[in-house]
Design a protein around this ligand. Structure first.
Ligand code: SF4
Length: 264
């Protein structure tokens, strides 16, 4: 839709809203979304690219994310996942977060609750976030895939998303990151890395050092589910050292006590 057309639609909806109390009506939310869209360059409904970033402000990020959330909730690009999911799992947290965590896909619990990282692994992630000195609500948490990977009938547990599924869903994550503009992204596990960067590698090679996602510093660390399987202090310390690097990058003060967590 061209901008003059959008102006016309907004003016018509505003008039309907003011003069007609019968359906069809324009909700205040829809009008706000259209108004934000009018302020954006027209790119087939996509989020602004790097050159358009001045258009995103801390106060309009929520409004910019809302239409993407709506598109995700109606998405059927992976018909097998659209038919098996309870609901889509878009993301949660502060739309203006400095720090963003990206996992691979919703599991059983996330599919039920519609929120990423709420199962056992999610609770551990929340503890890690708190140990870093943040509230869960202060950061943003999302997955590469917005639907739970389907499982054979009667099968227990979760499966990793396929490369094809991640490639199909990835554009939504790209839009989220473009709008949130975090100062640091943390990728949780090798599957999330593959979804974000399109590269495969072992966690031994990938974690603990800085990478870059579209110019945003990217730290790679173990998925919290790995720490649930491997409870050794040394593995916890590795994740914590990765998070200390993140805190330093964010110029957040680190206490001596924090610095020594999980030391042998
Ligand atoms: S996984 Fe992503 S692309 Fe596939 S149906 Fe769900 S929301 Fe759409």
């Amino acid at each position: 839709m061209q901008k003059p057309d959008l102006d016309f639609v907004i003016a018509a909806l505003e008039k309907i809203r003011e003069t007609n109390d019968r359906l069809p009506r324009a909700s205040r939310n829809k009008l706000a979304q259209l108004t934000v869209a009018r302020a954006q360059p027209v790119r087939a409904g996509l989020a602004p690219d790097a050159s358009d970033r001045r258009q995103v402000t801390p106060s309009n990020k929520e409004a910019l994310l809302a239409p993407i959330r709506e598109r995700v909730s109606a998405c059927t690009k992976c018909p097998h996942l659209a038919s098996s999911r309870t609901q889509t799992v878009f993301g949660v947290g502060n739309p203006d977060a400095d720090l963003m965590f990206v996992g691979e896909a919703p599991g059983f619990d996330e599919d039920r609750h519609g929120e990423p990282f709420v199962g056992r692994a999610g609770q551990l992630l929340t503890r890690i976030i708190k140990a870093m000195g943040f509230a869960r609500e202060e950061v943003y948490i999302a997955n590469v895939l917005k639907c739970r990977p389907d499982m054979p009938a009667g099968a227990y547990g979760n499966r990793a998303p396929t490369p094809q599924e991640m490639q199909t869903c990835r554009p939504y994550l790209v839009e989220q990151i473009d709008i949130i503009q975090p100062r640091v992204v943390v990728a949780l596990g090798a599957v999330a890395v593959e979804g974000l960067l399109g590269t495969r590698g072992t966690m031994r090679e990938l974690r603990g050092r800085w990478h870059s996602y579209s110019g945003v510093p990217l730290m790679i660390t173990y998925h919290p589910a790995y720490l649930l399987r491997n409870q050794s202090l040394s593995e916890k310390r590795k994740v914590w050292e990765d998070m200390l690097q993140v805190l330093e990058r964010l110029e957040k003060p680190v206490s001596e006590k924090q610095r020594n967590y999980f030391k042998e």
